[in-house]
Design a protein around this ligand. Structure first.
Ligand code: NAD
Length: 512
């Protein structure tokens, strides 16, 4: 079984059985240890990757520094042209890259392709933006003076990404970084290094075709040690980190220690409030996709449902029925709804969370468990499950990166909003209602405290056009659309005096 043509896909993407995990664009090298990438879909070894050591890292940084000096002088719309061509190349590679994402990470093929589509979309967005990096101009209080502000490139942007969006998060950061005139160094998750290599191969083609210097797009494969190098390096102006709150806390501190800039995109604990006025058909579909899509391994996965008491039993019964129809299996097979978890550690965390939930009094209405048999040889396939809980349980306050859905009941919307907000994380949230008053209250300043608040849409997934990110322990960062590009540039206020006098601000007199 060649697993839906995966061998050909690997070949098309330039991945061999042994790969170098360090690249400055065009060239590859690496002197660290080998890591292995196994597919969670079938447990097979896909390929080996040699990681970056400290000397490799140093070489990458020096190359990036030199490239920045050249790249920052290229006009922004011309840098946009690079991103436009990258978007075209991604269209060519969409099927292969989407399939690799599905095979190496374990999400469904549709979701893998969706991730690549997000990359294409952010390229299109960034191309337009490359002609719109504008600041304000304002009136000076002094006669014969002009005042305005402009945005300059930052330098090197370091990107550290999580396993669950192994390609899209990189592109959100690179597409904006490049049009802003920055060069990038990416440390992909060590759980999905081949997705990193495939992306680096694609951008390297574009850079080469345009005779651009090496060092505009670099990659270092490795674990937390090499990530730590990047985080603590004062040459790296901005660290964009996507991952767990636990690691984000360390990264945030280390970057702040050296007064670097950071964007932190950390864990979520997302809830949907289903009111008595909700369309229950939509609510159930939104909740099931949000909870089981990517096997519950999205930062925006639906973890909690807060349901009005008058519709609680009906929603619960419909969910139990829907879960009974879920097909679990190889994510490359489009008949399946749910694929595997990323690895054995993730399976153990899922099992521990179920135990903890039971110990705290949780009542499972759909039981979980690990699947066994010839279709589940990797040992990473688990049953999506549903438990009735209290919001205050310790386990409910915690993000378990697996398909466990918690149900809770409310009888007044203020209480439901308070429950929705009463967790340490603040990423995504949603209300299902056809009542205008309920929807507006949820969106008001006394409503959801999350970075994303939706009406009649689930919590899961987002469009690239909006700013993406969350509050509280989700880290406060924003990526992708809207005016997020400003995070990737340094802001400068300029005042120009075109008179022969030197009037001081605030009318201060200083006569000699
Ligand atoms: P993780 O925190 O274990 O790892 C993320 C990355 O950090 C990896 O590349 C890892 O090698 C690196 N890393 C680990 N220790 C480091 C250190 N000390 N210094 C520098 N880098 C270090 O996360 P994961 O398991 O890959 O991903 C799942 C988590 O990511 C979940 O919590 C999820 O909610 C979160 N996530 C958040 C968003 C968002 O946009 N908010 C998006 C995707 C994933």
């Amino acid at each position: 079984n060649d697993n839906f043509g995966i061998e050909k896909t690997l070949k098309n993407l330039g991945i061999s059985t042994e790969n170098n995990g360090v690249s400055t664009g065009g060239n590859y090298f690496s002197n660290g240890d080998f890591i292995e990438s196994h597919s969670p879909t079938d447990g097979q070894l896909i390929a080996k990757v040699k990681t970056a050591n400290a000397q490799d890292y140093q070489k990458v940084v020096e190359t990036a520094k030199a490239a920045f000096k050249e790249f920052r002088m290229i006009p922004a719309p011309k840098r946009g042209e690079l991103v436009r061509q990258f978007g075209l190349k991604l269209r060519e590679y969409k099927d292969d890259l989407g399939k690799l994402v599905s095979y190496e990470m374990g999400k469904s093929l549709q979701e893998g392709l969706g991730e690549v589509q997000e990359m294409i979309d952010i390229c299109d967005f960034a191309v337009g933006l490359s002609r719109q990096l504008h600041g304000f101009t304002m009136h000076s209080e002094r006669p014969g003076h002009r005042m305005y502000e402009q945005y300059h490139p930052l330098g090197i942007v370091g990107i550290i990404s999580a396993f669950n969006f192994p390609v899209a998060v990189w592109s959100w950061n690179t597409a904006l970084s490049w049009i802003c005139g920055n060069v990038t160094i990416w440390k992909p998750s060590e759980k999905t290094p081949l997705c990193g290599i495939a992306c680096q191969n694609i951008i390297s083609e574009v850079l080469k075709e345009n005779n651009l210097p090496v060092g505009i797009s670099s990659m270092i494969v490795g674990d937390h040690e090499i990530g730590d190098h990047l985080v603590k390096d004062k040459n790296v102006a901005l660290v964009s980190f996507t991952g767990s709150t636990k690691v984000g806390r360390i990264v945030g501190k280390n970057v702040a220690e050296r007064f670097g800039k950071s964007i932190l995109e950390l864990g979520g604990n997302n809830a949907i409030i289903i009111t008595e006025n909700a369309d229950l058909d939509m609510s159930v579909i939104g909740a099931v996709f949000g909870a089981v899509g990517t096997a519950g391994q999205r930062c925006t996965s639906t973890r909690r449902l807060i349901i009005h008491e008058s519709v609680y039993d009906e929603v619960k019964n419909r969910l139990v029925k829907a879960y009974g129809q879920l097909k679990i299996g190889n994510p490359l097979d489009e008949n399946n709804h749910v694929g595997p978890l990323i690895d054995q550690d993730a399976v153990n965390q899922y099992l521990n969370s179920i135990e903890k939930c039971k110990a705290e009094g949780g009542k499972f209405v759909v039981e979980g468990g690990v699947l066994e048999g010839k279709n589940y040889k990797s040992g990473c396939y688990v049953r999506p499950c549903i438990a009735e809980v209290e919001n205050s349980y310790e386990i409910v306050q915690h993000e378990t990166f697996a398909p466990i859905l918690y149900l809770m009941k409310y009888n007044n919307l203020d209480d439901a909003i308070a429950m929705q907000n009463d967790v340490p994380q603040g990423l995504s949230s949603a209300i299902m209602t056809q009542n205008l008053r309920e929807a507006e209250l949820f969106l008001s300043q006394s409503g959801s405290d999350c970075g994303i608040a939706n009406v009649n849409i689930g919590t899961s997934g987002a469009e690239i056009g909006g700013a993406f990110g969350g509050e509280k322990e989700t880290g406060g960062g924003r990526e992708s659309g809207s005016d997020v590009w400003k995070y990737y540039m340094r802001r400068q206020t300029n005042t120009i005096n075109y008179t022969t006098n030197l009037p001081l601000a605030q009318g201060i007199k200083f006569d000699l």
